[in-house]
Each structure stands twice: as structure tokens, then as C-alpha cells.
Design a protein around this ligand. Structure first.
Ligand code: IPT
Length: 938
């Protein structure tokens, strides 16, 4: 017994790792003034990226994304919390598994990020209902108001989510630094509601500053109503200057200059959502969205905003977009992928936008005087009107920040000028839609930077010297001037750089080309290693902090973190075959990537240079042995629907009155997501000639109709009955379908059965808070057979999947009987490949993966061939509904299968529910697995 105890104790001592590192639990104070946020009095520039955990249902991958966010120089992440994701019905909440937001907040903390917590209750985000659960559609009281029924509902949510957020606040040693109330709450506002959200938050222990994100201009909680009920401490503005027209990525700033307004004099300028990608409204594909919001846009708009407005709080929407898996999408604006054209792709890969974030983010974090600046009235002027300068300066240090940009923001030419600045005449050049933030009068570590026409990416004291990384457009001239007490000695280690010393100033002139290296020693200062690179070279650098100070790394695909122990620096890095160069503290002689020793040699720059290892090659299996089985037994007249819900209501809480009775709105019967079946029984008079239906499915939806087991055809589902906005007239006939009854099919004087399968593509948002758009019904909104009375039954999802949550399933027969689940025995199914009959046919196959440990190989499912208008496909991976494919759905042919849902070592099941609205000679295909990439993760 004693032995057992001591073994247990030993185990505890070895394995009990505190969840949150002890040093992280220190309480901090968050304050602010007109310049910036402050933590314990220290100013910070908040550089945040938006991330939606609910669009990545794999908690193990949250860490990957958040580490990538951190490594790009962000110090914060902005998190919407989706009410709908956690609550299948009133009073029921689930924060387990993929919904474990406590784990999410711990992971953010471990990644070293602050959190902007945005629990809504309304979040928009192109998510179904804008994050409001669909059950809220059936609650009396206008959504997003203080009316009674809705108030009880949203308070229920806040009292569940707030305590989780509250225990992770900066003020208690956690990461949450701001709490965002509501979302773009501008139209049909109710101050009592806006105030109550904040009162509830305070009562639940939220004590960090409360913010809100206003849309478009500063007209509401930000300024006009800044002091009344509902006013928040730090309002911010959302700005999407590049629009969402991904098809025309060269159109420049159609939605304006993108300058974040100063709203009040007592708070910092806060870009609460700044465009960092786009929804793909025109089905151009997300690569086009990435181009629309690519490095050129980022350089011009982000830098212009920084220097023109002096904003010190930025949150970029999105940092990583993710997937509208299940029924998460708000169908009017998005399809399955929510890649968003973001810096990190849906499959978690880094793009050129990521490198641009890194160049800018490192600068914001390294150059402290940026956190407190005032405008400079007369900036140094270029001698070429094609170029314009704008400047700010820190009133305490005098450090100047000068933006150099094209006067005409659409210009694509390369223009040069000289500028008289800080006692020097220096060349500047702007290529196309680039812009530069140049710094003068800055104490760069132990150095004095008089000015540079290269941009500062970062600098750090490493091994008794300063290492500074500066960069500029390839081929452009650069000049850097440093001040010394006496003439220093200059060694050009690499590249071509000239130097001249006069009156205490050392001037270096060069052309940005590759990576030049200059060592400056003496002159009364500690040594300086200047790295002068092109944008591309600078983008290959990483910076990580260790207990022994910062390290800089050139090369690898990603440096997640670094640590120094004795004479060894260990990098947690992703690699392919290539170079790694480490600038590390003086005692470091050895480099490890993970636990692997890198044979590294000392360079003349004092760094250690070695090679990185390639990942092992990976072959993915072919998808063969598909089995198929048709379902839709509900269409047959003899189907037993006695256990289905009777759809017999004559009243509804919906603001949209029914067009025929009974009320057939799916939500009214508790069926909120996915497909819904209706069966209508009637005794025919014999005079009936058509079945007249009307269904609202949301955009991209359809419905299929049978009479007495015979397929009559399909129709497109409507988007909305009433517009819900002042611009679009009401639509009395949203999703009509008129189905002629073929002769001989009707049974006069006897029982006849209409069967209708209606897609529910997701719920409209509630952006203008008028209830009308959000509470658009789903399902049938009108039904008649020539006036003959019909008795209706309805069946949707058979409950909530306890693991996968409320949005995973609708009411297809196969879903109700588990055909999507991996354990389902499909042995008796026929080999797939035959023609498709109208209705639903499932296809299943299994495949084994054995991906190597220690590699990241994001896997996708690809539909080859042309999209067919005949059918649409719902894709299940091991029971998880990972998306929808089809010409009516969107342009997407590749579907990401996130690890976690995907067993990287083991057997996986793909189940496809193919809904054919026309007969087709064959089902979807060819279907294959592919890898988005392959890196070692050490
Ligand atoms: C703004 C929303 O706040 C956000 O949730 C998301 O919908 C985003 O934009 C667009 O992707 S809405 C603003 C563009 C009017």
C-alpha cells in the first residue's frame, strides 16, 4: 500500500503539469487613454486576428492555428462565441468536446495571445442566424431588443458564456483583455438591450473594458450616443474598404479609404474589424478573395490607416476562416468553405499574406514609440508630386513615423523622389500599390537611428549586440543613418553597401537586393548587425522569445517557439528541406529542431547555419469500393409516419403570417437544421389537378415532391417572404412550385399522400435587427391541392448528436437511421456506379490512413469532373457533416477534412448523401483524396 502510494505520488510529481503556467496567473490591470491600451501601465499596440473555433471542430488544431497567429506577430486573437453552436434548444447548453471554449481560452493563453471575447449575443459572421440559435425564432419578443421573451433567452446564454470568459480575464492572469458587446448594432437599436448586455457581463464578473464594433461609420454607440445607456467604454469601427467583389481583385478600395475614425478623445482609435479577406459573394473562389485582399492591399491600406489615424488597436477579419461544416452557414452569403481568402488558409497553410502580416506585425511589436503618437502637421515632403507623405510622432521620444505612398492610391507605376529629412537628403521609391512606414529619431536598442528609408521589421538585443532587420522593395534604393560619438568601423559581410561618416552620422547607402549584412562596431556603442533585405527575404525571418532573450531565425516554414538551455537553442518549427540560420544568445553553440540536432556551423554574421529536414513522402489511398443504397422511403404512400409530429398549428410566433393553414414552418415544430420531410394526407375529390407549394429554404436550397410514391419534380426554395429591409419589396411568392397531377395517379375518394423533402440551408442573419429577415420561416410556407383539406406530418432531425452538436444533422432517412456514422454496417449495400433515381441515395466507402507521426499533412476530398445540375451532395466524414457539393451550392470542389475528425492513423468512413432532383446516369465522381501540403512538425 505504501509502495503504491509512493508510486502514485511519483506519477503525480512527474505528470502533474499545471494547466496554466504559474507566471501567467498574475493579475494585471487594463487601462487606456487616447493613445492606447495599457497593461499594468505599459502601452501595447493590439494586433489581433479573428478566429472562429466553431469553424474548426478539432480542438487539437486550435493550438496549431493560434500558434501560427502568434508567430505572425499578432499579440491577440478575436473570438466570436456562437450561441447557436452551443444551444440546441432553450435551456440546453453544451460546452463539451469541440465546444469546449474553456480549453480554447487556455490554448490562446498558452500561445501567448490576448483575447478579444465577442459573445454577441448576435455575432453575424455569415453564420446561421448570425449566431442566434434557430429556436430563438420561436421565442416571442423582437430578437436583439429588450423585449421580454428574447431577453430571457439571451440572458440564459450570457449567464452560461460570461462566467467562462470571466475566469480567463487578464485581470485574473488570463488572456481576455476586452469584452465586445453585440455586433454592428446600428439599425433598429434598443439602448436598454445594449446596456443590459453590459450589466449582465459586469454581474457575471467581466471587469475588462467593454467594446463594441460599429459598422461603417461612427454614428452610434461610438459617438452620438456615447454617454447614454448602452454606451461602451471603447467603441471601434469595422472597415472593409476592398469590398467583397473577389472577381475583380484589381479594383482598388471601392468602399473607401479604409481610415478608421477617431471616435472620442479619451479612447484609442480601434479598428474593431479591419478587412483581411472577403466572403465570396460572386462565387469567384477564395484564391481570388486572397488576391483582392493580398499583400498589395495590406501594404497600402494597413500602413495608410496606421499612420493617418494613429490607431493602436487592430483586429483583422479573418486571420483564419475555417469551414461552414454542418448547417453553420448563413446561406445567402457563403457556402461550405469559409476560407475567406485569409492569411492562413482553411487547411491551415501559410500564404504570402501571412508573410506581410509578419513584416507589419513584428514592426508594431518591436517599435514601442508607435503606441503613442500625434499627427505631424508638415511631414518631410517628397520632391515628386506622384508621392505623398503623412507623418506622426511620439511626443515623448520624438520618434517619427513617415508614411510614403502614391498620391493616387490606384497608381501602379514605380515613382521615386528625394526627401529632406532629419538633416539628410534621402531617396524614396514606391512601387505600385506599396506604401512604406519609415522611422526617424528612434532609440533602436543600444543604437540611435537617425532615419532609414528601409522599413523596420524587427530588432533585438542578441548576444551582446543589436540585430536589426530592415527591408525594402527589391531593386529600390535604401539609406540608413545611425548616430555615433566617434567614427565606428563598418564591415559589409554580404551584399553591396557603401558607408560614409560625417558629423556623428554614419550613412549607409544600398539597393535592396537579397539580404545584405553590415556589422558596425565601435563608435561608443555596442555592436550592431544590420540585416538589409528585400520584402521576400525579410518574410523568411521569425522571431521568438526565450528566457535568455529573443532569437531570430531565417528559414524553416514556421517557428512556433524557441527555448535556450545551456549551449543549445531548441526550435519548435515546421520544416521542409532547406536552410535554417539562427541568431541566438552568445552561449549558444548548438541548434535543435524539436529533439533533432542540426549540424550547424558558425557564420561570419555570428549566427549558426544548418539544414532542415524534409518530411517523409506521403501517399494517400485511392477511394475505391463505394457502396450505394437509395432511401427516401418517406415518399412511399405506405410509409409509417404515425410517430412523426403532427403539423397542425394554426398560429405562429413568426412575424410572417402563414399563407395557408396549418402552419408548416419547420422551426415551429422544433426542427431547426437540415432537411425536413413532410407528408400530407388527403382524401381526393378527383377534381384536383395540381399541387401548389411554396417553400423557403434560404439561398441554394430546393425541395422535391412526390404524390402517392411517384416523383413529380422539384423547385428552387425561396430565400425570403418579406425582405426585412427598406430596399427590397416584399415577396409574396418566395419559393413557388406547381406540380401537375399526372392522370391516373390520384385516388378519388381514397387516401392520397403528398411527400415533400425540403432543404433548410441555414437561417438568415439579423443584421438590421428588425426580426423580419432572421425570422423568415424555413420549410413549407404554403400548400394546397385545389382546396381539398390536407392533414400534415413533419419530421426533421432525430435529436441532437451529443458529440457533433446541433448543427450536424437534419432529417434525411439515412441521418435518422445512422447511415452517416462510421459504425453503420453497409455490407448489404450494392456496389455503387449505377444510375441515380430522384430522391436520396447514399454512397459509402472506407479508407485507411497511416500518416507519419510528426508531420502535418492536411487532407482534402476532391470532386473531379463537372458539377451536375441533377444532384447535390452532403459529405460526412466519420459521421461529421463536413460540407456540401453541387452546382447550385457554390464553386467549391475541394473539401477540407480536418485532422481530429479525420483519423490520420486508422480507418475512416466517407458517407455521401446524394439528393437527386433529376434522374442521372451516374452519381458524383471521380472522388479522390489529396494533400494540401506536407511539412515536418518538430
Ligand atoms: C461584418 C460583421 O461584423 C462580421 O460578422 C462579418 O459578417 C463581416 O462583416 C463580413 O464578413 S458586416 C460589415 C461588412 C457590414
Amino acid at each position: 500500500m505504501r509502495r503504491l502510494l509512493s508510486v502514485l505520488l511519483a506519477m503525480l510529481l512527474t505528470w502533474a503539469v499545471p494547466v496554466v503556467p504559474a507566471h501567467a496567473r498574475t493579475a494585471h490591470e487594463v487601462t487606456y487613454d487616447r493613445y492606447s491600451l495599457m497593461v499594468d501601465g505599459r502601452r501595447i499596440v493590439l494586433q489581433s486576428a479573428e478566429f472562429h473555433y466553431f469553424r474548426l471542430p478539432s480542438p487539437e488544431l486550435w493550438r496549431d492555428v493560434l500558434e501560427k497567429v502568434k508567430a505572425a506577430g499578432f499579440n491577440a486573437v478575436s473570438l466570436y462565441f456562437s450561441w447557436a453552436y452551443h444551444s440546441p434548444k432553450q435551456g440546453v447548453y453544451d460546452f463539451a468536446g469541440v465546444r469546449d471554449v474553456d480549453r480554447l481560452l487556455r490554448t490562446a493563453s498558452q500561445a501567448g495571445l490576448y483575447v478579444i471575447a465577442r459573445p454577441g449575443p448576435y455575432i453575424n459572421a455569415e453564420s446561421s442566424g448570425g449566431g442566434l440559435p434557430a429556436w430563438v425564432k420561436t421565442v416571442p419578443g423582437r430578437a436583439r431588443s429588450s423585449e421580454a421573451g428574447y431577453q430571457a433567452a439571451y440572458r440564459e446564454w450570457l449567464h452560461r458564456i460570461n462566467p467562462i470568459i470571466a475566469r480567463h480575464q487578464v485581470t485574473d492572469g488570463g488572456p481576455v483583455i476586452l469584452y465586445n458587446a453585440e455586433n454592428e448594432y446600428q439599425v433598429n437599436t434598443d439602448a436598454a438591450y445594449m446596456q443590459d448586455i453590459q450589466d449582465q457581463a459586469r454581474a457575471d464578473g467581466i471587469d475588462v473594458p467593454i467594446t463594441t464594433n460599429d459598422c461603417c461609420d461612427g454614428g452610434s454607440w461610438s459617438s452620438t450616443w456615447a454617454t447614454g445607456p448602452g454606451a461602451v467604454q471603447i467603441p471601434g469601427i469595422d472597415d472593409y474598404p476592398q469590398s467583397f467583389e473577389c472577381a475583380t481583385p484589381d479594383v482598388w478600395g471601392p468602399w473607401g479609404e479604409g481610415l478608421t475614425e477617431r471616435l472620442r478623445d479619451d479612447i484609442p482609435v480601434f479598428a474593431a474589424e479591419y478587412q483581411a479577406g472577403a466572403i465570396d459573394l460572386g462565387n469567384a473562389g477564395y484564391e481570388k478573395c486572397r488576391e483582392l485582399t493580398g499583400p498589395a492591399f495590406m501594404k497600402f491600406f494597413y500602413k495608410n490607416n496606421l499612420v493617418t489615424t494613429g490607431a493602436t488597436m487592430f483586429s483583422y477579419y479573418m486571420g483564419y476562416g475555417g469551414t461552414n461544416w454542418g448547417w453553420l452557414a448563413q446561406p445567402n452569403d457563403v457556402y461550405t468553405s469559409y476560407d475567406y481568402g485569409a492569411a492562413i488558409t482553411e487547411a491551415r497553410r501559410l500564404t504570402p499574406k501571412y508573410a506581410e502580416f509578419k513584416r507589419q506585425g513584428y514592426f508594431l511589436q518591436a517599435v514601442a514609440p508607435l503606441a503613442k503618437t500625434d499627427p505631424v502637421a508638415t511631414p518631410p515632403a517628397p520632391d515628386n508630386p506622384a508621392l505623398t507623405t503623412v507623418a506622426r510622432a511620439n511626443p515623448d521620444t520624438g520618434t517619427q513615423f513617415v508614411l510614403v505612398r502614391h498620391t493616387d492610391r490606384a497608381a501602379t507605376t514605380t515613382d521615386s523622389a528625394t526627401v529632406d529629412w532629419a538633416g539628410h537628403r534621402v531617396p524614396v521609391q514606391v512601387k505600385g500599390r506599396d506604401a512604406h512606414v519609415l522611422v526617424a529619431g528612434y532609440d533602436l536598442g543600444g543604437q540611435r537611428l537617425v532615419l532609414s528609408t528601409s522599413e523596420i521589421m524587427t530588432h533585438a538585443a542578441i548576444g551582446g549586440r543589436d540585430v536589426a532587420l530592415l527591408y525594402g522593395t527589391s531593386g529600390s534604393p535604401g539609406a540608413t543613418v545611425l548616430r555615433y560619438a566617434s567614427q565606428p568601423s563598418v564591415t559589409v559581410l554580404d551584399g553591396s553597401v557603401t558607408s560614409a561618416y560625417a558629423n556623428g552620422d554614419l550613412r549607409l547607402d544600398y539597393t535592396h537586393d537579397g539580404l545584405a549584412r553590415v556589422l558596425v562596431t565601435g563608435g561608443g556603442r555596442r555592436p550592431l548587425l544590420l540585416l538589409l533585405g528585400t520584402d521576400e527575404e525579410a518574410g523568411t525571418f521569425w522571431r521568438a522569445d526565450t528566457d535568455s532573450g529573443p532569437v531570430l531565425v531565417r528559414g524553416t516554414e514556421l517557428v512556433r517557439s524557441a527555448s535556450v538551455r545551456g549551449d543549445t537553442v531548441r526550435l519548435a518549427a515546421d520544416t521542409v528541406a532547406g536552410e535554417v540560420e539562427v541568431f541566438a544568445p552568445g552561449q549558444v553553440r548548438r541548434v535543435q529542431i524539436g529533439t533533432h540536432d542540426v549540424a550547424a556551423a558558425r557564420t561570419k554574421s555570428g549566427s549558426l547555419l544548418g539544414a532542415t529536414r524534409a518530411p517523409g513522402a506521403v501517399r494517400l489511398p485511392e477511394l475505391t469500393s463505394w457502396r450505394a443504397r437509395a432511401e427516401s422511403p418517406e415518399a412511399q404512400p405506405g410509409f409509417d409516419d404515425s410517430r412523426w409530429t403532427a403539423a397542425d398549428r394554426t398560429t405562429t410566433t413568426s412575424p410572417h403570417p402563414p399563407k395557408t393553414l396549418p402552419v408548416l414552418y419547420a422551426d415551429d415544430y422544433g426542427y431547426h437544421y437540415g432537411n425536413v420531410w413532410y407528408r400530407g394526407h388527403f382524401t381526393a375529390t378527383g377534381a384536383e389537378t395540381t399541387i401548389d407549394l411554396n417553400a423557403i429554404t434560404g439561398r441554394r436550397g430546393n425541395y422535391l415532391v412526390w404524390l402517392n410514391g411517384r416523383y413529380l419534380g422539384s423547385a428552387a426554395g425561396g430565400v425570403q417572404a418579406d425582405s426585412g429591409d427598406q430596399w427590397t419589396p416584399p415577396n409574396p411568392d418566395p419559393g413557388p412550385g406547381h406540380f401537375a397531377i399526372p392522370s391516373g395517379l390520384l385516388k378519388p375518394g381514397a387516401g392520397n399522400v403528398i411527400a415533400v423533402l425540403v432543404a433548410n440551408m441555414g437561417h438568415n442573419d439579423d443584421w438590421i435587427a428588425d426580426d423580419l429577415r432572421f425570422k423568415q420561416p424555413r420549410g413549407l410556407v404554403a400548400a394546397s391541392v385545389g382546396g381539398t383539406p390536407i392533414t400534415w406530418k413533419i419530421q426533421g432531425a432525430a435529436g441532437t448528436d451529443p458529440v457533433r452538436g446541433p448543427l450536424n444533422n437534419g432529417g434525411l432517412y439515412g441521418e435518422r437511421t445512422g447511415w452517416h456514422l462510421p459504425a453503420y454496417a453497409d455490407k448489404s449495400w450494392k456496389n455503387a456506379g449505377g444510375p441515380l433515381a430522384p430522391g436520396v441515395t447514399w454512397h459509402r466507402t472506407a479508407f485507411r490512413l497511416d500518416l507519419p507521426d510528426g508531420q502535418d499533412v492536411p487532407v482534402g476530398l476532391r470532386f473531379g469532373g463537372e458539377q451536375s445540375p441533377a444532384y447535390r451532395v452532403m459529405i460526412f466524414l466519420n459521421g461529421w457533416n463536413v460540407g456540401q457539393y453541387g452546382g447550385d451550392i457554390g464553386p467549391q470542389k475541394d473539401f477540407y477534412l480536418p485532422a481530429g475528425l479525420l483519423k490520420e492513423q486508422g480507418t475512416n468512413t466517407i458517407a455521401l448523401a446524394v439528393t437527386a432532383e433529376q434522374a442521372a446516369p451516374a452519381g458524383p465522381g471521380p472522388i479522390s483524396l489529396f494533400a494540401y501540403g506536407n511539412v515536418r512538425v518538430d
